[in-house]
Design a protein. Structure first.
Length: 287
């Protein structure tokens, strides 16, 4: 049996919901697959277990019944909100991308298990840079992004600003395994074909790194892409990449995601996180 693949759009009702829908539809149209709209409801655990046994039996039973009713009401409200959000997102997409097939999914619990439930169907995942819990922050990338990116075997597109049809892209390249995998993903996918491409390396003046940059760029070009290699002298990778993006009006960044372990990231920091937090353009993460 053939499993229908989709671009999984994770929506939460925040201000980034529309861009998430738009970029998921763009991704799906480029690859000829459907969009899967996913909303996950994390219903708080009931407080019934916290009742003290010191109160009388009759009083305790009455309170338990009231709490049970509150739990049911809360679950109903959450379910109605999820239904409304999903249907609004579907209607929005149908108005903008009439040719895209849209499936809707609602699940309870945590985001990552919900995403992994669709693991065999996911061609890519699209998430907002700032979730509802971080809507007032310009630099917080949302607590779920790294968790999902580290666990995902497919690309994860992060976005926040209103949708613009991408016309160009750049691959942040440092010669690492994750960077090479990112260039391989670009070369074998139809997603970015036809767009002007750049493979950009900052610093790292060793001959082996330069050769790796040339090889990666030639690999993408051999698959029918228009792409150029760039070696920048800046010492700071993030500053150099962001400056190149602005100066060349690059629409989408492709980054090899979280090459270090979480423990290494604690001591060394994460270039991936800095890039996501510092640019308003869409970022495609490849593990």
């Amino acid at each position: 049996m053939t499993i229908e693949q989709h671009i999984l759009a994770c929506i939460d009702g925040s201000t980034v919901t529309e861009p998430v829908c738009d970029y998921a539809a763009w991704y799906a149209s480029r690859l000829g697959v459907s969009v899967g709209l996913l909303h996950v409801s994390d219903v708080p655990v009931s407080t019934r277990r916290d009742l003290s046994g010191a109160i009388g039996v009759d009083s305790r039973q009455f309170l338990l019944e009231e709490l049970s009713q509150l739990d049911e009401q809360r679950a109903k409200v959450v379910n109605n909100y999820s239904n409304a959000l999903i249907q609004d997102a579907k209607s929005y997409l149908q108005g903008s991308f009439a040719d895209i097939k849209i499936n809707t999914y609602q699940r309870r619990g945590k985001l990552l298990p919900a995403i992994e439930h669709f693991k065999t169907q996911n061609r890519a995942i699209v998430m907002g840079r700032r979730g509802e819990d971080h809507r007032n922050s310009r630099i917080n990338i949302g607590s779920q992004i790294e968790t999902v990116a580290r666990a995902s075997s497919v690309p994860v597109l992060i976005c926040s600003e209103p949708y613009q049809v991408p016309k160009s892209y750049m691959v942040a390249f440092d010669g690492s395994k994750t960077a090479i995998k990112a260039t391989q993903m670009v070369a074998k996918s139809e997603l970015l074909k036809g767009l002007q491409g750049h493979v950009v390396m900052v610093g790292n003046n060793s001959e082996s790194a330069k050769q790796s940059l040339t090889a990666a760029t030639e690999h993408i070009a051999s698959s029918g892409f228009s792409v150029k290699a760039h070696h920048l002298p800046e010492l700071d990778a993030v500053d150099g990449l962001l400056r190149f993006q602005l100066e060349n009006d690059v629409d989408v960044m492709v980054v090899g995601a979280y090459g270090h372990s979480k423990l290494q990231r604690f001591f060394l920091g994460s270039t991936t996180t800095e890039i996501i937090a510092s640019t308003l353009s869409p970022v495609i993460l490849v593990r």
